[in-house]
Design a protein around this ligand. Structure first.
Ligand code: BEZ
Ligand code: FE
Length: 287
């Protein structure tokens, strides 16, 4: 076949893909072509605009390396990561909702004993975090691995700091026989997603800010359960309704209650104000 025109080109490409042996690949490739062609028909780009789009994606690729993943950031800021997350986590009643993993998770954070301090001597308001890990609709889970990570007072994760070789503001804990965990760290603050690349340009050009409301990331794993990837957000944060990556869910917002100086948990004498978070997680059973 030849002489394709504006109307016949889509069917021609779909037919060409019909021979793909893998049925899932055929479905995905054909759907991509249908939606891409529909997009081009809708937008009717000029050659210059199409070139700008190609150059935008090329610059996104060039920005990616072992530490920076600009394509994931594009997916996050266009709401695609949360859509994929929602489709893959249709949770039963009572299970803790999931949200995006984000680019700052690092495998193999140090395992610390319950009650340990996660922050290495940094400025910020101390936070005592505690809670329980349960089965949704069931009892406590002993021995669940609770992996936590969050940004510092300036809004940076340890991996973004060139001066920081060791893991900081990240750790793993194992729940006790009643499913409980507790640890000390610093109160997180809201921070911008990395906006010094093409995704940042797109945010600015579309009148959007790059901020995420303050949160602590949790990844909780236990045998017989789906691993839960989520955050707990600080109630009252000004960015809860405009998170740059659309990750906020009402159930994941908690009070990080401020306490006055004096006696704190674990017999700690607190010289300044400190905060307390208590949050229980419910994991979905496998299968
Ligand atoms: C984060 O919460 O760490 C994050 C999530 C998505 C994009 C950038 C950062
Ligand atoms: Fe984060």
């Amino acid at each position: 076949m030849r002489d394709f025109d504006e109307n016949s080109i889509t069917d021609a490409v779909l037919q060409r893909l019909a021979g793909a042996e893998d049925p899932r690949l055929r479905q995905v490739a054909q759907s991509l072509v249908k939606h891409l062609h529909a997009f081009v028909r809708d937008v009717e780009p000029s050659f210059e605009e199409w070139q700008t789009a190609i150059s935008f994606l090329t610059r996104i690729g060039h920005m990616c390396d072992g530490k920076r993943q600009e394509f994931i950031l594009l997916s996050d800021t266009l709401g695609v990561s949360m859509l994929v997350d929602a489709i893959n986590h249709r949770m039963p009643e009572g299970a803790t909702p999931t949200t995006v993993l984000g680019p700052f998770y690092v495998e193999g954070a140090p395992e610390l004993p319950l009650g340990a301090e996660v922050a290495h001597a940094m400025k910020g308001e101390p936070l005592h975090a505690s809670g329980r890990v349960m089965t949704a609709g069931g009892g406590p889970i002993a021995g669940a691995i609770v992996d936590i990570w969050h940004s510092d007072e300036d809004g940076f994760y340890d991996v973004q700091r060139v001066d920081q070789a060791d893991a900081n503001l990240r750790a793993r804990f194992r729940t006790d026989s009643e499913g409980r965990f507790h640890f000390w760290t610093l109160t997180p603050t809201s921070y911008p997603v990395p906006d010094d690349g093409p995704v940042g340009e797109l945010l600015r050009a579309t009148g959007r800010h790059p901020m995420r409301p303050a949160h602590v990331h949790f990844m909780i794993a236990a045998p017989g359960h789906e691993t839960l990837v989520t955050h707990v957000f600080v109630a009252g944060d000004p960015y809860l309704d405009s998170d740059a990556v659309f990750g906020v869910k009402q159930e994941l917002i908690a009070e990080f209650a401020q306490n006055q100086p004096g006696q704190g948990p674990d017999g700690r004498e607190m010289a300044g104000t400190w905060r307390k978070l208590n949050y229980d997680f419910a994991l979905k059973r496998n299968g």
